[in-house]
Design a protein around this ligand. Structure first.
Ligand SMILES: Cc1cc2nc3c(=O)[nH]c(=O)nc-3n(C[C@H](O)[C@H](O)[C@H](O)COP(=O)(O)O)c2cc1C
Length: 326
């Protein structure tokens, strides 16, 4: 990682559906802009991968303010996927990430299934495509054609998005589906997207919450609802990874790598997700007050794995299932 990091005996490399990453640490989409801010604090090219903010086909100005609210152990946001649109993203952000040698997971979004496919096409056909380590499909946004129902809450919509994106993604480039915890049965959605061709899963996106301003006695956020992130959601993320990894181990759904996200602030938090079944880890909200967090958490995770006598990260992935007797 950094030049100051002593050599370690732990092999922290990750096989992300055929793509080798030197370590499991990633940013979480939307929490480190598109890399330049974070690069003032850590070398973004040293991360396992940098995950971009979800990009849509056209520029999006996002929701009005207030669009963030603090909560006792995290935050609510309703940014509304603000961004420059895929053409400007490729020419400015992806070009810059390519220039510093970063491995990039490009997060894509859309209001319709065909918008997702168009964004994927623009990214994989761009002249900076060699920097792209995976495409992360953020199906946690509303499907305008389906009365605003979030894609990831509906198996049929999720299936359609993943099928159309898969047609655009070249062989050998992993396609991750990013799932929402706001569903009755996350294993069912995982099964659906894997059947549609997803090579891996990222879990979890934020979970919906509302904050009321008790002076004005009205919702704090302009959109009323927002996505809850930070330490408050870590047990939900661990639960989602646990349930889906459990279904994979039991042969109920196809086995695929899981990228864990949700409330990770320390190596111990990351180790929880790894032991539950995650092969890689994303750090989101924690990076707002510690922009070195994705790199620091990786160092802490490595030390904890070494302390426990393991020599490979992959030996610890899902180990809690082996040590659990119901
Ligand atoms: C301000 C903010 C913006 C986000 N934007 C996106 C986004 O564009 N796409 C996406 O898939 N997830 C987005 N997320 C969700 C995060 O990537 C992550 O899944 C979630 O925050 C849980 O991780 P954390 O608790 O470490 O933040 C956003 C989260 C925050 C706090």
């Amino acid at each position: 990682m950094t030049a100051a990091t002593p050599p370690s005996s732990v092999d922290m490399s990750v096989d992300l559906a055929g793509v080798r990453l030197p370590n499991p640490m990633m940013t979480a989409s939307g929490c480190a802009a598109n890399g330049r801010e974070m690069h003032r604090f850590i070398d973004v090219a040293q991360l396992g991968a940098f995950v971009t903010k979800s990009v849509k086909a056209q520029p999006v100005s996002g929701r009005g303010t207030p669009r963030m609210a603090e909560t006792p152990s995290g935050m609510l946001n309703s940014i509304g996927l603000q961004g420059p649109g895929v053409q400007a993203f490729v020419e400015e952000d992806l070009a810059w990430l390519h220039s510093i040698g970063a491995r990039v997971v490009v997060s894509i979004a859309g209001s319709t299934a065909s918008e997702f496919a168009g964004v994927a096409r623009a990214v994989v056909r761009s002249r900076y495509a060699s920097a792209v380590a995976a495409i992360e499909v953020n199906i946690s946004c509303p499907n305008v054609a389906n009365r605003g129902l979030v894609f990831a809450c509906d198996p049929a919509s999720s299936h359609k998005v993943m099928t159309l994106v898969r047609e655009e993604v070249p062989r050998g480039l992993p396609m991750l589906a990013k799932l929402s915890p706001d569903v009755t049965d996350i294993v069912e959605i995982a099964d659906t997207v894997l059947k549609a061709g997803a090579h891996g899963l990222t879990m979890i996106n934020t979970t919906l919450g509302v904050a009321i301003d008790v002076d004005r006695l009205r919702p704090h956020l302009i959109a009323a609802t927002g996505g809850l992130s930070g330490p408050a959601i870590r047990p939900i993320a661990v639960r989602a990874v646990w349930q889906v990894a459990g279904a994979m181990r039991a042969g109920r759904i196809r086995t695929a790598p899981i990228v864990g996200a949700g409330g990770v602030r320390t190596g111990r938090d990351a180790l929880e997700l790894v032991a539950a079944g995650a092969s890689a880890i994303q750090v989101g909200t924690a990076a707002f007050n510690d922009p070195t967090a994705p790199e620091r958490v990786g160092r802490e995770l490595e030390a904890l794995i070494a302390e426990r006598g393991f020599t490979r990260l992959s030996e610890v992935t899902g180990i809690a299932h082996e040590r659990f007797t119901p």
